[in-house]
Write a protein of this length. Structure first.
Length: 491
């Protein structure tokens, strides 16, 4: 049974909160001052899951007590209550890592919903702690064990053993730059420079000069040499301004979004690949080209060729080694691992964990921004979640992203398939956590029903415009039963 402590010097509030919380099935203790609570802590063998804490108390203030509570071995989720809310109190409450900030007077149903959320956030589940606690992957590590990503890993390994140009294509946010880094890291050029270049289609002349270098007129070159002393590149005359083709040396040069290059520049690149040399802009002399070229693209290359935006001979050369990155919606089984890893990256010392419900909420999104957008969503949740556990309500509202109907359709067949996929994921999680499926026995049925029932009630509330009588009628529930379930699920 979850333990709730109420710390308030107003007897009527304490009485009302105790009665409501005990009826909801919580074990409740009431304290009229911070000192009484501190005395209880000194003799405690167990600690509360949730604390309802008034700011203004006789003697030691609630905000001072908050620091003591957050120092307990098992940190409770603290809901700060005050009738004198202001910016300073709110800031201090947030700094003290309060779960929520509640102003008086308040509705008891609001308090119950908050306590339910806080109770879920107070203590990490065994499976989360066992599998993900302390995981701090590198920022440039590729993650995912889906079949689609396994194919990508194999292609990276093959590409790393070659010096041939590589095309890495996929939607925005799928990790094309990261794949380029991995190819360079595992190649024999790993100790040489890794250079990224993004063409600017609106400034073709400047973009070409940045890539190929340029030969300045003599009068300008003399002035530039007098100011800088040298070009900084051995073997170059004072009138030569080196570009990235030369500066990348024997390393790897990544051309990001190759279709942004002019057709002339694309043809010149192909010539450099075939001849091993190129000419700077306005130069008649050839420079050696020794770097390895990688290209990225987020557009349809066939369409780009047809539209005249991509030089067909270069496209043919790039297709020799082509790594296609799958969108996140096509590898949903990787979302759990990605989300936990991103949380360890963006908040390594916060001690926060993602709940199963939060993960399931993430898995239902269509993710047009792919892995990059998922990382941003996890970072948002890590900043805004007030408790140790991140729940669905802590995630950002992803507007314009309906559930992907290709996986989560409205037919009974799609619902059945989604259920099977969910069950398989749970069984795999049990295998990793306990060595067999005994890990999930005993609560799997209840867990599934809770997820499905909460979604059903929430959807029906939206359908009926919040009319509880209509919802109860359509679901075939008594209104009292519906109200209890809404409280349980925080609806």
């Amino acid at each position: 049974m979850k333990q709730i402590w109420v710390i308030d010097d107003e007897p009527t509030i304490c009485w009302a909160l105790r009665k409501e919380l005990e009826q909801a099935g919580y074990a409740v203790e009431v304290f009229g001052s911070a000192e009484a609570c501190l005395e209880r802590i000194s003799n405690a063998r167990s600690y509360p899951n949730v604390v309802l804490l008034d700011v203004r108390l006789p003697g030691t203030s609630g905000l001072e007590l908050l620091g003591h509570l957050q120092g307990l071995p098992s940190q409770p989720a603290v809901i700060v209550m005050t009738a004198f809310g202001d910016l300073k109190v709110a800031v201090e409450a947030v700094r003290g890592r309060a779960f929520e900030y509640l102003t008086k007077p308040f509705d008891l149903s609001t308090v119950l919903n908050l306590v339910e959320r806080a109770a879920r956030s107070a203590t990490p589940t065994v499976s989360l702690a066992a599998n993900y606690a302390g995981a701090k992957p590198e920022h440039d590590t590729m993650l995912g064990d889906s079949p689609a990503m396994q194919r990508v890993y194999k292609q990276i390994a093959i590409a790393a053993q070659s010096d041939a140009p590589v095309l890495i294509d996929g939607e925005s946010g799928t990790g094309k730059s990261l794949v380029a880094r991995m190819i360079h890291r595992f190649s024999n050029r790993a100790t040489q420079p890794l250079v990224f270049f993004r063409p600017d289609a609106d400034h073709i002349t400047e973009s070409d000069a940045e890539l190929f270098g340029t030969c300045l007129p003599s009068s300008i070159a003399v002035t530039a040499s007098a100011v800088s002393g040298s070009t900084g590149v051995v073997g170059l005359g004072p009138n030569k301004q080196p570009g990235l083709m030369l500066l990348s040396g024997q390393g790897t040069l990544v051309i990001d979004e190759v279709v942004e290059l002019s057709i002339a520049a694309q043809a010149k690149l192909l010539g450099a690949i075939e001849a091993g040399s190129f000419q700077a802009v306005s130069s008649a002399e050839s420079d050696p080209f020794q770097a390895r070229l990688l290209f990225t693209s987020s557009v349809d290359l066939e369409g780009a060729c047809n539209d005249g935006a991509l030089y067909e001979p270069l496209a043919a050369q790039m297709r020799v080694i082509n790594i296609q990155l799958p969108p996140l919606r096509e590898r949903r089984q990787d979302i759990r691992g990605l989300a936990h890893a991103f949380l360890a990256m963006v908040a390594p010392d916060a001690g926060k964990q993602l709940s199963d419900l939060a993960i399931e909420s993430l898995q239902l999104q269509s993710w047009p921004g792919n892995v990059r957008q998922l990382k941003q969503a996890v970072q948002y949740a890590a900043v805004h979640a007030r408790g140790a556990i991140i729940n669905p309500e802590d995630l950002p509202v992803l507007e314009g992203q309906p559930i992907d109907r290709s996986v989560h359709g409205s037919t009974a067949e799609n619902l059945e398939q989604a259920t099977r996929s969910w069950l398989q994921a749970q069984c795999r999680e049990g295998d990793r956590s306990a060595g067999d499926s005994d890990m999930i026995s005993g609560f799997l049925h209840e867990h599934f029903l809770a997820i499905a029932e909460r979604a059903l009630i929430q959807a029906m509330l939206e359908e009926c415009g919040g009319n509880r009588a209509a919802v109860a009628s359509r679901l075939g529930l008594h209104r009292t039963t519906l109200r209890q379930k809404m409280k349980r699920y925080g609806l």
